[in-house]
Structure formats: structure tokens, C-alpha cells
Design a protein around this ligand. Structure first.
Ligand code: DX5
Ligand code: ZN
Length: 218
């Protein structure tokens, strides 16, 4: 199984975002996690289309866009047009529309991810897994970087990984929030193969931090 580190630029220094992206790539990152927050689905506001446009022009890394927004169906076409590679939206926001939005993303040639927050049981999305390329299990409450990892969420990772194996689905399992060098091995053991890390990468030497986390994934 391929293990992927996805540094979250939410934790980067935006005064030197290009340098920070290069540093994360130098540390071995192949994905870049792009946290879009709308101030409605989550209390905070982060960044959107103009930043994605610049980041897309700047890097060849795989852009893993995480939409923490209401009404994701209104925006997925625009994020696809601006160069996102994977677009993940919250089941709590899309609900019954989730499979339809995944179909739309596939029509646009993009990968589709479905996100569940800590309070959402894994069973809620079990039937939807075959429609998606990734399930993102939040291991913090969405809305901010630098929070403490919630170990109780790993049970959901184990369940989802077992359903993917039973079904033979080609679907990543991503964990997002509170990942550090001292807990990343637990994520891998639970069955996650894509690991988001924001503050653990961008606080301090991003290249060295990313390399350390990549080593832990070997
Ligand atoms: C939280 C975001 C996460 C966050 C990760 O709402 O979805 O991607 O930026 O940051 P850390 O790794 O610092 O918890
Ligand atoms: Zn995220």
C-alpha cells in the first residue's frame, strides 16, 4: 500500500508560501492539503479560489482540496476548473447529494473524497464508499490547525479500511488533524494511507519535519 503525506498549507507562512511548498516537497511530500473554510460550515475563514490558482501555477504536487463549506455542490466545478486534483467535501454538508457530487467530479476528471467529522459514525457513509476515491476521517473537529489528535476517531479508520478491503474498493483512507511524529505510526496501523499534517510540518523546518514524518510512514 502506498503511504502518502499531505502537508496542510493552512499552517504555512503565507508571506512565503512558495518557499514553504518547495520545502514540503523537498521533504518528500507528493500531495498538498488545501483547507478551504467558509465561516459557515466551520467558524473560521481560510482561503479559496485566488490562492488555489496561484498554488496550481506554482507546483506540480497533487492538490488535495478539503472543502469545509456549506453547499459544496455550488463550488466543486470551480475548484475543479482551477486545478484541484482531489476534491473532498463533508458528508455533513452534502448528505443525500454526496454520490451525485462524486459523479460530477468524475465527469470533470477529478478524484472525489468524502469527509466525516468526529461526531459522524462511520456507518453513515458505508454505502457511499464505492462511489468515492477517498474517505477522509477527521481526527480533530474541523475548523482549525494545531489541535490535539482525537484517538477515538481511529476506530472509524479501522472500520472503513476493513469495508474497503471486504469490498475490494480502490479507495484511499485519509486522516486529518493532530498528526505528529509521535502518533503517525498509530494512523498507519489503523489503516490510513494518506496522512495530513499541518503544524507538524510547517512549524519549524518544513523540509526536515516532512522528511521525519515520511520516514515514520516507511
Ligand atoms: C482542520 C483541517 C486540517 C488541519 C490540520 O479543520 O482540516 O487539515 O489544517 O492541521 P494540524 O495537522 O496542525 O492539525
Ligand atoms: Zn483538512
Amino acid at each position: 500500500m502506498e503511504y502518502i503525506l499531505a502537508p496542510s498549507i493552512l499552517a504555512a507562512d503565507f508571506a512565503k508560501l512558495g518557499e514553504q511548498i518547495d520545502a514540503a516537497a523537498a521533504g518528500g511530500a507528493k500531495w498538498l492539503h488545501f483547507d478551504v473554510m467558509d465561516g459557515c460550515f466551520v467558524p473560521s475563514i481560510s482561503f479559496g479560489m485566488p490562492v488555489l490558482e496561484s498554488v496550481r501555477r506554482f507546483t506540480k504536487l497533487f492538490l488535495d482540496v478539503h472543502l469545509m463549506i456549506v453547499e459544496p455542490g455550488r463550488y466543486i466545478d470551480e475548484f475543479a476548473r482551477l486545478g484541484a486534483d482531489m476534491i473532498s467535501f463533508h458528508y455533513e454538508a452534502a448528505g443525500e447529494e454526496s454520490a451525485k457530487l462524486a459523479g460530477r467530479l468524475h465527469e470533470l476528471g477529478k478524484k472525489a473524497g468524502l469527509v466525516i467529522s468526529p461526531d459522524t459514525p462511520a456507518e453513515s457513509i458505508k454505502e457511499l464508499i464505492p462511489a468515492f476515491d477517498m474517505v477522509l476521517v477527521m481526527t480533530v473537529v474541523p475548523g482549525a490547525g494545531g489541535q490535539t489528535f482525537m484517538p477515538e476517531c481511529l476506530d472509524k479508520v479501522r472500520k472503513i479500511r476493513s469495508w474497503i478491503e471486504e469490498g475490494g474498493y480502490d479507495c484511499h483512507v485519509e486522516v486529518d488533524g493532530g498528526v505528529r511524529a509521535d502518533n503517525i505510526a498509530e494512523m498507519k496501523k489503523a489503516g490510513a494511507n494518506v496522512i495530513v499534517a499541518g503544524s507538524a510540518v510547517f512549524r519549524g523546518d518544513a523540509a526536515a519535519n516532512a522528511a521525519e514524518l515520511m520516514k515514520a510512514l516507511d
